[in-house]
Design a binder for this molecule. Sequence first.
Ligand code: ZN
Length: 244
Amino acid sequence: MGVDKIKETEPLAKRIHVMTDADLDWSFENGNSRAKYRLNTPNQNWGYTCYVDPFPCYSMDRDLVECIAEQVERNFPVPFKPSYFILAHEFDDRCNGMASYNHIYLDGADRPMPIDPIIVFSGKRIPIHPGMQRYLIAHEYGHVVDYNITYMRKEEINAMDEEYAKMRGLSLDQKMGGRKWHTNIGEIMVNDFRVLFGNFEPEFWPHPVDHPNNSAVVKKFWDEMHAKYAKDTFPPWMDKDEKK
Ligand SMILES: [Zn+2]
């Protein structure tokens, strides 16, 4: 079942959710009783399930999340803004954070389905260095920018990857998994974003390509993206009723 119209976007402070032990869901699920969080984005009637290790952890700093998110949302505004979730436990896969989205199923809509993006920050067993946090917040928002641009171009997810690899002089590599992260084109794309739209932790550059601060080609590409897509108004093909 879908929704009639998209909900009005909440201000940033209301889109940041701090999860605690009390939010852990221990329900049985097809014989699997792993601890998990159920994360709800505003336009969904079903939750995003995030499996975690229940070992007690340190969380990302809520105020730092707001501070950095405010900057990146201003530097590159998007119509479909993320909900941010700060977890008190670590992802099962030990990654630091993730971005994703749910489609918003508009009843009767005949056009690309709008998106409801989500950013989730994992807890960690050791307190998380503020530089790591600044990096991660800007990085994950970069994925949300990618989703929004893709949507506004009426393309499928990962559509920009091929174009991006070409611009970066790389052969397309979308592989993900152990030691494949640093060559994944989507991760290179959003780390370019992270540096060019706020210069967050620029010395952290784990990729086998030029640093974006030294690349006129990458800067030009993102200047063009910014000129075309950095706006928080809904795309013109969505009719008036759906804009709220
Ligand atoms: Zn990433």
